[in-house]
Design a protein around this ligand. Sequence first.
Ligand SMILES: Cc1cc2nc3c(=O)[nH]c(=O)nc-3n(C[C@H](O)[C@H](O)[C@H](O)COP(=O)(O)O)c2cc1C
Length: 219
Amino acid sequence: MNYRQADIAELDSRFRAHLINSLTGFKSVALCGTRSANGVTNLSILSSVVHLGSNPPLYGMIFRPETVRRDTLNNIRSQGVFTLNHIHEDFLYEAHQTSASYAEEESEFEATNLTPAYLADVDAPFVKESRVKLGMRYVREIPIEENGTLMLIGEVIYIELPEEIMAEDGYAVIADAGTLTVSGLDAYHAPMKLARLTYAKPDKPVESADSFYSTPPAR
Ligand SMILES: Cc1cc2nc3c(=O)[nH]c(=O)nc-3n(C[C@H](O)[C@H](O)[C@H](O)COP(=O)(O)O)c2cc1C
């Protein structure tokens, strides 16, 4: 089947949202932990975190238009710090539940029974149950004028993950941590690792570099 531009424009808006959102492919999905100026903790699920560069270590994430109150965005702006926590099967339903519109003074941690944890000097709550936790610093934001969304840029300032998932060259084998992925707005998947491949060069076909999956010897 196919959809031409005019067909896409005429689709029911929820149908179009599911269709267009699912076709970017599998996406990262994480719980964003923040705290308000009044000390109320907040947790929201986000599937738009992308890598912008490793030096400095920057990620970008897209926030929906501010036509309604956006607690996560407001907290990041006022406190300058937030956390990103990978999602695993054992708390998938709780993670999805955080997308509900809770009142400003209500904490999604309490509503879902996920546990806030404070690590290093990061002044925002991590999710204790998550096996891969990132502390982030607000850098700046870029408005997307076409639709009122915005890209928020954050710098990675803290990383906590199981030593067993670290490959020798720095790749974190997140499939082994049980990190989930999402497609569309609500379809969660447990990814299966297939292969890591060698660096591609014009004169040499790529090969499997599966030995990179080997974890360092126990120290
Ligand atoms: C799978 C999934 C992914 C989502 N990704 C985003 C996202 O990338 N950006 C965003 O602004 N909202 C996203 N949302 C919606 C937010 O989770 C939702 O608006 C939430 O209520 C925001 O909470 P807050 O007002 O406490 O910030 C997503 C929801 C789901 C279910």
